[in-house]
Structures are given as structure tokens and as C-alpha cells.
Design a protein around this ligand. Structure first.
Ligand code: FES
Ligand code: FES
Length: 155
């Protein structure tokens, strides 16, 4: 087996050329190799959604993606959501609605919500619940999270 694979990918608008082990997950590379620890490590079997990032605009569980698969793709993690010191409207809305408790699920929730609102600025409550259905909140603050996504400040 090859010891490493070279990949080129854009992560949070920055181009990276990195060497990864063939069996390394995207989650491992983000957290351990690139220091992007906002993406959380939960179950590591695709059940909790804590590791959700966007690949080419789609929300995916980074624990289930091999890092080698992101070659040539565009990744957005929670660190790429704000614009400098300006929070993304979803982040503002989570704060306004007290949608963050312990915060462990929050990065993943926000990335799933971002994938949704990027495609539909005014999703229904049902659509929001479906979009975050793969994200578990151990603090069970689901209603505040749904309200926050529903009532993001519209520009
Ligand atoms: S850590 Fe990836 S889904 Fe739980
Ligand atoms: S805020 Fe604690 S897990 Fe969701």
C-alpha cells in the first residue's frame, strides 16, 4: 500500500497541497494535520453529525470521507463560515435564539444549515428538520436550533 497520497484542495478559500495517508479520514486531516479543530470528532461512524463540513456545497460527515477523496474539491469548515470578524447570519441567529448550549453539535448543525439556506433562503420548518436530521444534539436544544435557522436575518 502507498504510504501517502498527494492532494490539492481548497479549504475555506485557501489552497492546500498536502500529503495524506491513504486511510486517513477528512476529519483527521482537518483536525490533526491542519489544526481546524472547530469540526468536532464525535461517533466517527456517521451517526452524530458533529463532523459535518461542506464539500462542493454539500453537507457531509467528514469522518466517513477519505482525505484522498477531496482532491480537486472545495471544502468549507466552521472556520470558514464567518467573514473575518463578521459572523455569518446563521451564527448570529444561533446566538439570538440561545441555540447553543454545550456547543459540541453547533459546528455541524451550522454547516448542515448552511447547505440548506444556500439552496433555499426561506426553508420551511419541515425542510429545516430534515436538513439537520443527521445532527444529534445531546443537550436536545432542537427547537431553538430550528427557530434560529428559520429566522435568520434576511438581507
Ligand atoms: S463524528 Fe462523524 S458523524 Fe459522528
Ligand atoms: S448544544 Fe450540546 S450537543 Fe448540542
Amino acid at each position: 500500500m502507498r504510504e501517502s497520497v498527494g492532494i490539492i484542495a481548497t479549504i475555506n478559500k485557501k489552497k492546500y497541497e498536502i500529503e495524506v495517508a491513504p486511510n486517513t479520514t477528512l476529519l483527521d486531516v482537518l483536525r490533526d494535520q491542519l489544526g481546524l479543530t472547530g469540526t468536532k470528532r464525535g461517533c466517527e461512524i456517521g451517526e452524530c453529525g458533529a463532523c459535518t463540513v461542506l464539500i462542493d456545497g454539500q453537507a457531509v460527515n467528514s469522518c466517513l470521507v477519505l482525505a484522498a477523496q477531496i482532491d480537486g474539491h472545495e471544502i468549507v469548515t466552521i472556520e470558514g463560515l464567518a467573514d473575518g470578524n463578521t459572523l455569518h447570519p446563521l451564527q448570529e441567529s444561533f446566538l439570538d435564539h440561545d441555540a447553543v448550549h454545550c456547543g459540541f453539535c453547533t459546528p455541524g448543525m451550522l454547516m448542515s444549515a448552511k447547505a440548506l439556506v444556500d439552496g433555499d433562503i426561506d426553508p420551511s420548518e419541515e425542510e429545516i428538520r430534515i436538513a439537520i436530521s443527521g445532527n444529534l444534539c445531546r443537550c436536545s436544544g432542537y427547537q431553538q436550533i430550528v427557530d434560529a435557522v428559520k429566522e435568520i436575518p434576511k438581507k
